[in-house]
Write a protein that binds this ligand. Structure first.
Ligand code: SAM
Ligand code: DTB
Ligand code: SF4
Length: 345
């Protein structure tokens, strides 16, 4: 096995056994190893701050068992049509003022359609981009042409999660396939947009499912530039409402393993922070997480606000990562607006 510490090009040929050997290490040993990889490939102490906004909420035709926005489940999430450009830009400004450098717009869509709503989202992308924020979207499936239009409008990153393993996928979502997901990721990659793809733990999956998902992510032709690790936020009315919360040690294991497998990727400690103490989050940063969502809401559920996160950064000696830094050696994202990270130098 090639040691992640001695390679400069990220490996995309990890075997399941190699991943198992990392994932099942004694947790403190795993944290130390991930911290070493982190120190070598990333600017330690630097954390990217992203903010989410749900631009179109609820009423989604899909059956994702975790999701409060699926029309078929009876949750308290109010349905809302596409927000106006003005409201979105105001929210983006607020995020920027709060110290966020990436603004991610989410829509409860199965897929992008070539209609007026998409044209309006493209305008939002242009507007947010002009504000100097890294603009990201998560709109469901996209084809090559739509990905290209998003790129032209100035989209920096696109989020489309694998969510879980291929084996577990049908227990969670039946209205689209794993292949559909991979296809969208490929379309985004082809358009030259930064790929953000990760998953959720706490869905009732096994450790083997988590390992299998990390196997797919780390063996994509190019690693995603960012990998969000979400802890399920169980929402009343969804089929997974009664799932027990995952322990922080499980988050740490996922984060550390992702860090070792994908050294140059931003690993995002995503949903689930609201329930975590600062000490627990510190362990996640130590294990290689270097990105968070900040702002009082994720898409529909509560999340720590800017002031809380600022206090946490001060306490832990963390600094927010600047906008438009090179995220990896993949060469997709090139922007000289700010110096590159120590890791990429
Ligand atoms: N509709 C689009 C899609 O499914 O790609 C974009 C929005 S969707 C809400 C984005 C991601 O949020 C999902 O893929 C899932 O990983 C995550 N997510 C949704 N509900 C969640 C929950 N209750 N807990 C944790 N993560 C969740
Ligand atoms: C991601 O991986 N997590 C974010 C973002 N990408 C779009 C979404 C989390 C959603 C949590 C449930 C909610 O707030 O609705
Ligand atoms: Fe719809 Fe996305 Fe929620 Fe699935 S995760 S139900 S596609 S909004």
């Amino acid at each position: 096995m090639t040691d992640a510490l001695t390679t400069s090009t990220p490996r995309t040929d990890w075997t399941l056994d190699e991943i198992r050997a990392i994932y099942y290490k004694p947790v403190l040993e795993l944290i130390v190893e991930a911290a070493q990889v982190h120190k070598q490939f990333q600017a330690t102490g630097e954390v990217q701050v992203c903010t989410l906004l749900s631009v179109k909420t609820g009423g989604c035709p899909e059956d994702c068992a975790y999701c409060p926005q699926a029309a078929r489940y009876h949750t308290d999430v109010p349905v809302h049509k596409l927000l106006s450009n003005e409201v979105v830009l105001q929210a983006a400004q607020k995020a920027k003022d709060g110290g966020s450098t990436r603004f991610c717009m989410g829509a409860a869509w199965r897929e992008v359609r070539d209609n007026r709503d998409f044209d309006r989202v493209l305008e939002m992308v242009e507007g947010v981009n002009e504000m100097g924020l890294e603009v990201c979207c998560t709109l469901g499936m996209v084809n090559e042409y739509q990905a290209e239009r998003l790129k032209q409008a100035g989209l920096f990153a696109y989020n489309h999660n694998l969510d879980t393993s291929e084996e577990n996928y049908n227990n969670i979502i039946t209205t689209r396939t794993y292949g559909d997901r991979l296809n969208t990721i490929e379309n985004v990659r082809k358009a030259g947009i930064s790929v953000c793809s990760g998953g959720i733990i706490g869905l009732g999956e096994t450790n083997e499912d988590r390992i299998a998902m990390l196997h797919v992510l780390s063996n994509l032709p190019q690693h995603p530039e960012s990998v969000p690790v979400n802890a399920l936020v169980p929402v009343e009315g969804t089929p997974l409402a009664e799932q027990p919360r995952v322990s922080v040690w499980e988050m740490i294991r996922m984060i550390a393993t992702a860090r070792i497998l994908m050294p140059q990727t931003m690993v995002r400690l995503s949903a689930g922070r609201q329930e975590m103490t600062v000490t627990e989050q510190a362990l996640c940063f130590l294990a290689g997480a270097n990105s968070i969502f900040s702002g009082e809401k994720l898409l529909t559920t509560p999340n720590p606000g800017f002031a809380d996160d600022q206090a946490m950064f001060e306490l832990l000696g963390l600094t927010p990562r600047k906008s438009f830094k090179t995220e990896s050696s993949c060469g997709v994202i090139k922007d000289a607006a700010a110096p590159v990270t120590a890791a990429a130098e």
